[in-house]
Write a protein that binds this ligand. Structure first.
Ligand code: ACM
Length: 523
């Protein structure tokens, strides 16, 4: 720790001395406030000069928390991808070759109000990124990545410089929960496909990936105590394909990949409805009175667990225990939507019993808005998709609400009548409609304090690979990132659409098959 501080101090002194000898570089004028940052930061002040990122830039990180070094490492890798520069981190090599540095600093400043808040001070010779936690530093790194220009300036010095505009950025999220949901049950998505989705979400400061791991058409997570769930239930998907599933090792790989991006994975096992694949694997669980057959269509609401059978609850105790033990995040999502063939009193009995199992395994329950029909705890999170009255009921009881209104946030709704993929039961959602709404006022009577955040679900009845996923998710998911992070005063469609078009180089570099909506002027 001390040696790191001495090192940085020496580097600063050395550089100051060198600056005296070096010819002053006259940077072209830049304006930090005109950069195309998404989500838009809380406050930006420009000082109209530039920091020249070059092969001689070094990243230093606080040694008080080893996660800060990981954040620095992440930045280093992304700098390499964008600029092909091999810059050093926490080096004690001769300072002669260092001309500028980026210091990622753990700070206790009271101005850092949330764990994800960060401050970025960009000067000609140094960039200081302050954050209380590695998560905050990670969010700040995304801003820095977005500030690195696509092209270097090769005329100012004998080596290329990537000019980052100087000034300061003070930033923090509006909501603590900024999520995307991926339905890997209707169609299966591989570990690599899910990782690619997370890479793009992380760039826009998402912090939750909710995985819809089971539905009528497939069961996607290995449960060691009930192996037929994946042997039988994992082998089907919409349209008759071969399905697939995550082994517990695969799932852990996703959880770790997410954690490196300060993203929490929320597992969802949907129940008591949406359970045909589970009941196909173990018919004893079935409660709809019919013989269970494999289902590869797209209807909903026909399946249910038997809410009055003890075996169902011992099964769920095993499933929730195994999945919860692999999931470091605070939440376990029980679905709970569209249980149309479960009697109402059985449904309520079920939700209340399952909530206790979830809590026994150390998690807070989360569920779609139907769960608020039960007498649920204040610690349970309700996800609004179609029934504001149930969200309001839950909020009155002290529950926090995640907003995913179908008509605004469902990424599987078509953009327009020409959309190649998607459904339209909640309406068409063009890119401007997806952006132009205010989560803080969307549900009349729901106080801001009750809103945990927003989430954009992507159901996969009509998509089955990354290319199709990206067509529906992008660019809309970029807009939800801003609605979840930036103050409502900072969310302005005309301003946003200008910044959106400037995401193209990133989207192209990431090989993202975004939908080129006619509502913005793609260059
Ligand atoms: C849902 O769309 N059934 C939550």
């Amino acid at each position: 720790m001390l040696s790191r501080i001495v090192l940085i101090f020496t580097a600063i002194l050395f550089m100051a001395a060198c600056q005296l000898e070096k010819k002053e570089i006259i940077f072209p004028k830049t304006d930090l406030s005109k950069t195309a940052l998404i989500p838009k930061p809380l406050k930006t002040v420009s000082t109209n000069s530039a920091f020249g990122l070059s092969k001689n830039t070094v990243i230093y990180t606080s040694s008080t928390d080893s996660n800060f070094e990981q954040v620095g490492q992440f930045l280093l890798e992304k700098v390499k991808l964008k600029t092909d520069l091999d810059i050093a981190i926490n080096t004690s090599n001769s300072e002669e070759s260092i001309d500028r540095f980026i210091y990622i600093n753990q700070s206790d400043s009271v101005d850092l109000k949330t764990p994800e808040s960060y401050q970025l001070y960009i000067k000609k010779d140094s960039i200081f990124l302050n954050a209380k936690t590695a998560a905050g530093a990670f969010r700040g790194i995304q801003t820095l990545r977005q500030l690195i220009p696509e092209k270097s300036n090769d005329t100012l010095t004998d080596h290329p410089l990537w000019l980052i505009p100087t000034g300061k950025i003070l930033d923090e999220p509006k909501f603590e929960y900024r999520g995307a949901m991926l339905d890997v049950a209707r169609h299966f998505f591989t570990v690599e496909e899910v990782k690619k989705y997370m890479d793009i979400l992380a760039y826009y400061k998402y912090n939750v990936l909710h995985l819809h791991l089971s539905d009528d058409q497939g069961w996607r997570i290995e449960i060691k105590s009930w192996p037929k769930l994946t042997q039988i239930g994992g082998a089907t998907e919409v349209g008759g394909g071969t399905g697939g599933y995550y082994t517990q090792d695969d799932y852990t790989e996703l959880v770790e990949y997410a954690a490196q991006r300060h993203i929490t994975i929320i597992p969802e096992i949907d129940m008591p409805g949406h359970t045909n694949a589970a009941s196909l694997s173990y018919p004893i669980l079935n409660g709809n009175g019919k013989k269970v057959k494999a289902y590869t269509g797209t209807r909903v609401g026909f399946s249910t667990f038997d809410a009055r059978k003890d075996t169902v609850y011992s099964f769920l105790d095993d499933v929730i225990r195994e999945v919860a033990s692999l999931s470091p995040g605070p939440y376990f999502h029980i679905g709970g939507d569209e249980s149309h063939v479960t009697k109402k009193r059985d449904y309520i009995h079920f939700v209340e019993k399952v909530e206790k199992i979830v809590q026994k395994h150390g998690k807070q329950m989360m569920g779609w808005n139907e769960i608020a029909q039960g007498n649920i705890s204040a610690s349970t999170v309700t996800q609004l998709w179609n029934e504001p009255h149930n969200a309001l009921k839950a909020a009155k009881n002290g529950s926090k609400i995640v907003l995913s209104p179908g008509e605004k946030t469902y990424l599987d709704m078509k953009y327009d009548s020409l959309s190649k993929f998607g459904l339209d039961w909640a309406g068409l959602i063009p890119v401007d409609v997806a952006y132009k709404w205010n989560p803080e006022t969307y549900v009349e009577g729901l106080s801001i304090e009750s809103i945990l955040g927003i989430e954009a679900p992507l159901w996969s009845e009509t998509i089955s690979n990354s290319e199709e996923l990206e067509y529906l998710a992008f660019p809309r998911a970029i807009g939800y990132a801003e609605l979840g992070w930036s103050t409502s005063e900072n969310c302005n469609w005309e301003d946003y659409r200008e910044r959106l078009v400037r995401q193209v180089p990133f989207l192209n570099r990431m090989n993202v098959n975004y939908y080129p909506t006619k509502l913005v002027d793609w260059e």
